[in-house]
Design a protein around this ligand. Structure first.
Ligand code: UT7
Length: 325
């Protein structure tokens, strides 16, 4: 009998410190940098974001998201045999944030590793875990997107620092005889590495190069809207489904205009698009599982529905996962 994977629990966590656009604008004004709630809302749809306290790392946020996901699945951490964490802001160069999370959960022995695909990280991680469950390499997986992007923001660059936030989202994926995940579609094109990157690296005990986020927003925007449509159509075709059958589109939350454009290209009403960018900002690999969990906990996303998860970001990377909840 064919093995599939199914989402059996979700969880998410936002650090308590919430900054509205006005809060951020006030802080930037002290450095002589001008921005406004009006500009940020009009160009991005973002109204607020959460920033983690300085001592809080991605694995701490991941832990807070993993616990409710495990509880929702009715599992103990010791039953998890695979942990995949999608993050571009790991606690350390190594070991992986997944190993640190495993220990914080009080688990041991199962496989644990990180996936680095920036804002596409969660769909990459979910499809890797799905593939491992399908082949029998794992039975019960915890897939987490966790980020502390506030650490890599340049607060002298108003074109980027107003866009991002911190948070984590998690799903438990379990082997099942019925799907579950129907199809996935992953892509990358490394020639666009320069349009969204943190170019610094550690060498000889020093950080060489710029360790803060750089983005050509317009170039990213243009690529994003194109690939999100193509990937959505590709994953739907793989599963023999149509866009009209989608109950919820849960895209990476970067900019409300990108979400609107994707919905329009797929002829979906905005009432079928999960939107959290207004309250979370762009939390990179955490944004999709945060939006998924928010929708489930609000009672909007319910079992049996067809969900299209889509990510796009640095690399350049993009991809989709289509699933029956
Ligand atoms: O997660 C990975 C994926 N990332 C994304 O998807 C991000 C994609 N890109 C975007 O979302 C948008 O390109 C941005 C939100 C980053 C920028 O929006 P835009 O409509 O492309 O604005 P722009 O870069 O064309 O800037 C327009 C104006 C400029 O002023 P001038 O040159 O017209 O005088 C900027 O200097 O807005 C100015 N500006 C700001 N003004 C106030 C840029 N940032 C700010 C700011 N506050 N924070």
């Amino acid at each position: 009998m064919r093995r599939y994977s199914r989402v059996t629990g979700t969880g998410s966590y936002l650090p308590p410190r919430r900054l509205t656009n006005d809060d951020l604008a006030r802080q930037l004004a002290e450095k002589g940098i001008e921005t406004s709630d009006e500009w940020i809302v009009e160009r991005t749809g973002i109204k607020a974001r959460h920033f983690a306290a300085p001592e809080v790392c991605s694995s701490d946020l991941a832990l807070q998201a993993a616990r409710p996901a495990l509880a929702a699945a009715g599992l103990d951490a010791s039953q998890i045999d695979l942990i995949v964490v999608a993050t571009s802001t790991p606690d350390m160069v190594f070991p992986s944030t997944a190993c640190l999370l495993q220990h914080k959960l009080g688990a041991e022995g199962g496989a644990a590793f990180d996936v680095q695909a920036v804002c596409s990280g969660f769909v990459y991680a979910l499809s890797v875990a799905d593939a491992m469950i399908q082949t029998g390499a794992a039975n019960k997986a915890l897939v987490v997107g966790a980020e502390v992007f506030s650490r890599i923001l340049d607060f002298n660059d108003r074109t980027t620092c107003v866009l991002f936030g911190d948070g984590a989202g998690a799903v438990v994926l379990e082997a099942s005889e019925t799907p579950g995940i129907l199809a996935s579609d992953l892509h990358a094109d490394g020639k666009h590495a320069g349009i969204l990157c943190v170019p610094g690296h550690v060498s000889g005990g020093k950080v060489l190069g710029d360790p803060l986020l750089k983005m050509d927003g317009q170039a990213v925007f243009k690529l994003a809207v194109g690939v999100l449509e193509t990937s959505a159509r590709a994953v739907l075709a793989k599963a023999d489904k149509t866009a009209a059958e989608i109950d919820w589109l849960i895209p990476h939350q970067a900019n409300i205009r990108i979400l609107q454009s994707t919905a329009k290209r797929l002829k979906l009403g905005m009432d079928k698009v999960m939107v959290t960018v207004d309250q979370h900002g762009n939390t990179s690999a955490a944004s999709i599982p945060l939006a998924l969990d928010a929708g489930i906990r609000a009672g909007s996303i319910v079992p049996g529905q067809l969900l299209l998860l889509e990510g796009v970001g640095g690399g350049f990377t993009w991809g989709s996962v289509l699933l029956n909840l």
